[in-house]
Design a protein around this ligand. Structure first.
Ligand code: URA
Length: 263
């Protein structure tokens, strides 16, 4: 193996290990040696970039139209889900669209009381054009079926509506970047306003961050909060539950909390 391949492999392994720790709730880096922070310069360091604490605080793309402003304008004009889907399909400012086969808009019953917001399509969703149809999606269906909710239900009380923050598959299933999330946020907000669910369930870090600006789904899960004027329940992503079956116990507690809320 050449030196470049070894470096690349180490880099990917290190990044995967870091992502795992963040997903598990790590939010601070501890150095090998203690740091006396009283001796550090009084001046606070400037932020490295506009990777801000909330997606809405991100800057416009340089040059040309501001994608966030364009997204806001076209999303707000949409008066129906069909019009919103068309506006999203026509939106050309997000590079992820170029590598995707389909714009994955939604699935389920728009009359549902529960709207599930996921992260982004994977390979199977990209192929089929529907959210959550792969292994994680099958687990999601089984989880919600256990409390009597289904995307195929015609009855609003037992129905689910499912969509994602990002409608295009990111390469290699990487997480959408904050600037990409910021571009999609006007569509997500309009989507939720048009469906007008009773409660929102966010599964995973990306939708939690998009709607609340918070990070760390494993810390946030199970604690009801509010977003867009609606009760919001954060839950672990089913892909995480597939990798960490012991976390299913907490997911079950979250489902029971949702069931109680809907009574
Ligand atoms: N994961 C998601 O968050 N959404 C999908 O549609 C599929 C997998």
């Amino acid at each position: 193996m050449g030196i470049a391949a070894i470096i690349a492999e180490d880099w990917h392994a290190a990044l995967a290990a870091l992502a795992w720790q963040v997903e598990a709730g790590a939010d601070e880096i501890i150095l090998d040696a203690p740091v006396n922070r009283y001796e550090l310069a009084a001046e606070a360091p400037k932020p490295l970039s506009a990777k801000a604490s909330s997606p809405a605080a991100l800057p416009a793309a340089s040059g040309g139209a501001d994608p966030v402003a364009v997204a806001k304008e076209v999303a707000e004009q949409a008066q129906t889900l069909g019009a919103l889907q068309a506006a999203l399909t026509d939106f050309d400012h997000c590079d992820l669209k170029k590598g995707a086969r389909n714009t994955v808009f939604s699935d389920g019953n728009p009359q549902a009381r529960v709207l599930i917001l996921g992260e982004a399509p994977g390979a199977e969703e990209d192929r089929e054009g529907r959210p959550f149809v792969g292994r994680a999606g099958q687990l999601l269906d089984r989880m919600f079926a256990a409390i009597g909710l289904s995307r195929s239900s015609a009855d609003a009380d037992s129905a689910l509506y499912i969509t994602n923050v990002m409608p295009w598959r990111p390469p290699g299933n990487r997480d959408p970047e904050p600037a990409e999330i910021a571009m999609m946020l006007p569509f997500v907000e309009r989507h939720i306003a048009l469906v007008d669910p009773k409660v929102i369930v966010v599964v995973g870090n990306t939708p939690l961050f998009a709607l609340t600006g918070a990070k760390g789904i494993l810390r946030a899960r199970g604690t009801w909060t509010q977003a867009l004027g609606k009760p919001l329940l954060p839950m672990a992503h089913p892909a995480y539950l597939l990798r960490n079956p012991s976390a299913k116990r907490e997911a079950w507690a979250d489902l029971l909390s949702l069931r109680t809320r809907l009574r």
